[in-house]
Design a protein around this ligand. Structure first.
Ligand code: GRF
Length: 232
């Protein structure tokens, strides 16, 4: 498959864009058989826009502050996204809550990576909250986006043990490199058409996924499902 024929992805971000960079690396190394068509940011100072340009990817700004309300912002966002005809739209540090109409428009094609083991710790400050709760494990989740914040069905997780003396920064430092493997692996799995969203359930090979696939145990870094004779 030549680069132009590959399924296209659009990444939405608000900040530094390290997950975007990881997705780009996965494409370059052949782990992710896709083309990242564009990065779209909601604010002009998102460092991820510069990262996209450096990687030769279209960098598009849909400035929230230049729209009178959420509905007009989201309709501009949809126009920007649809121009690239993506198969999947990947939220990677996109700091806006998206409305129901927008989310339903892309149902089953809109994914997010969240820095906690969902359903634990939806929303912000997940590392601090995991420590405050005394969690033995922490991690990240990739999920389908549905209208309720961080509540969509979870496809995959990267998990690790919390250690005595851990701080929020220490957890963040250990988690980010795992996110950078988890997101491309999950997207690679989806691109092989084995996983889909049906109603509010993740299906894998047409069967309900009973628990999220765990990176390293169930899901390889190239998106193969481990331990099930997954040759394709
Ligand atoms: C990541 O921790 C991701 O889980 C969360 O936002 C952060 C984005 O980081 N949703 P980056 O902009 O990809 O570096």
């Amino acid at each position: 498959m030549s680069g132009a024929d590959r399924p296209r992805l659009v990444v939405l971000l608000s900040g530094r864009g390290s997950n975007l960079a990881a997705l780009c690396r996965a494409v370059e190394s052949g782990k992710l058989p896709a083309r990242i068509a564009a990065a779209v940011a909601d604010q002009p100072d998102a460092a991820g826009l510069a990262r996209a340009r450096e990687a030769g990817i279209d960098a598009v700004l849909v400035d929230r502050d230049r729209h009178r309300d959420r509905a007009s912002f989201e309709s501009s966002l949809a126009v920007a996204i649809d121009g690239f005809e993506p198969r999947y739209i990947l939220l990677a540090g996109f700091m806006r809550v998206l409305g129901e109409r927008f989310v339903e428009r892309y149902r089953g094609r809109l994914l997010n990576i969240h820095p906690s083991l969902l359903p634990r710790h939806r929303g912000l400050y997940t590392h601090r909250r995991a420590l405050d709760a005394g969690d033995a494990e922490h991690g990240a989740s990739v999920h389908f986006v549905t209208p309720a914040l961080d509540a969509g069905p979870v496809i995959s997780q990267a998990r690790f043990d919390v250690r005595p003396g851990d701080t929020p920064d220490a957890l963040a430092d250990r988690l980010l490199p795992l996110e950078h493997v988890l997101y491309p692996a999950t997207v690679a799995l989806l691109l092989r058409r084995r996983v889909e969203l049906r109603d509010d359930t993740v299906l894998i090979d047409k069967q309900a996924l009973e628990r999220p696939l765990v990176l390293g145990a169930d899901l390889g870094p190239d998106g193969r499902v481990l331990g099930h004779g997954d040759g394709g």
